[in-house]
Write a protein that binds this ligand. Structure first.
Ligand code: MEV
Length: 318
């Protein structure tokens, strides 16, 4: 049996607009998904005991195709990343599964290759995607995605005429984030499709995407300077633009507003439509309490530098 793990993530700035090539910043969080794989003589591939299905295990099905393993497998996952919560559980399952399957085959691909495969899987399963989630879950730490090639460049991804340069990002060391999960399950794919349709027929939506791009570029400079006040203001602005774009939810708006009292700023994180919000604060207990009082599930999120990791290999023991 081989076990790999990958972290969840939160997007500090730029979700949705990044799908159209705008800048975005994400950090890997210290919540992880573990995927164990082993060959099976059951005659059928199972995920957590259930026969594998395109409907329920789309990312896993595609990962098996990419790595090209044809024998039946037993796949088990465990995770403390809420799913459909904007916290990168789809990217984490994709990346941890790719890592474990490659290892099971005796392969040791470069980090970039796993991130690329993960990105193509997300594009296929979700209809469209940017490389931010899969790159963050593969590499860990802070990730900056931009149309321009900047310093600390990691890799470039291209698809359908859009290209993204992926870099190690820099975030202030003293930055504390509180995540508030609304409890509303909101898978990414329908939200990405909603924005895509909105942008296809409406110049106003395209203007919103461009404006998010400008806010995020300024947000990145503020992050580099360590100017938390300005970062917070720009997070608030980013949230308002995402709300206009139609991807917020009343519960997200309520948690964002309530956190404002004790935060530099707050916004939804990930695809929206429910899921989670983040607040940048130096009073995490106060923010966590107010999120709970408003019916959200809070946790203080630490950043992790641990990306895709091999946890256990009972096959290729060295
Ligand atoms: C989801 O975490 C982030 C989105 O921008 C989609 C993507 O970038 O693939 C909504």
């Amino acid at each position: 049996m081989v076990t790999c793990s990958a972290p969840g993530k939160v997007i500090l700035f730029g979700e949705h607009a990044v799908v159209y090539g705008k800048t975005a910043v994400a950090v890997a969080i210290d919540r992880r998904l573990y995927c164990s794989v082993e060959r099976s003589d059951d005659g059928q591939t199972r995920v957590n005991g259930h026969p594998i299905s395109e409907t329920y295990h789309g990312y896993t099905v595609e990962a098996i195709r990419k790595v090209d393993i044809r024998e039946p497998l037993n796949i088990t996952t465990s995770s403390d990343i809420y799913s459909g919560a904007g916290l990168g559980s789809s990217a984490a399952v994709t990346i941890a599964t790719l890592g474990a399957l490659h290892r099971l085959k005796g392969e040791a691909p470069e980090e970039e290759d796993v991130a690329r495969q993960g990105f193509h899987i997300e594009c296929k399963v979700q209809g469209s995607a940017s490389p931010i989630d899969t790159s963050t879950c593969t590499h860990g730490g802070a990730i900056l995605v931009s149309s321009k090639k900047l310093r600390n460049f990691l890799w470039k991804m291209e698809r359908g005429g859009t290209s993204w340069n992926v870099h190690e990002g820099s975030v202030p060391g003293d930055m504390t984030l509180v995540v508030g999960y609304t409890g509303v399950h909101a898978p990414t794919s329908p939200l990405v499709t909603r924005v895509r349709n909105f942008c296809a027929r409406n110049t106003f939506a395209r203007d919103m995407v461009n404006e998010i791009g400008e806010v995020v570029d300024e947000g990145c400079s503020a992050l580099e300077r360590g100017d938390l006040e300005r970062v917070g203001e720009l997070m608030n602005r980013n949230h308002k633009l995402l709300k206009i774009l139609g991807v917020s939810h009343p519960k997200l708006d309520s948690l964002v507003k309530a956190s404002g009292k004790y935060s530099y700023g707050a916004k939804l994180t990930g695809a929206g439509g429910g899921g989670s919000m983040i607040a940048l604060t130096d009073r995490p207990e106060k923010v966590a309490k107010i999120i709970s009082l408003r019916g959200g599930v809070p946790f203080v999120s630490g950043l992790t530098h641990k990306g895709l990791s091999l946890e256990k290999d009972m096959i290729n023991i060295q």
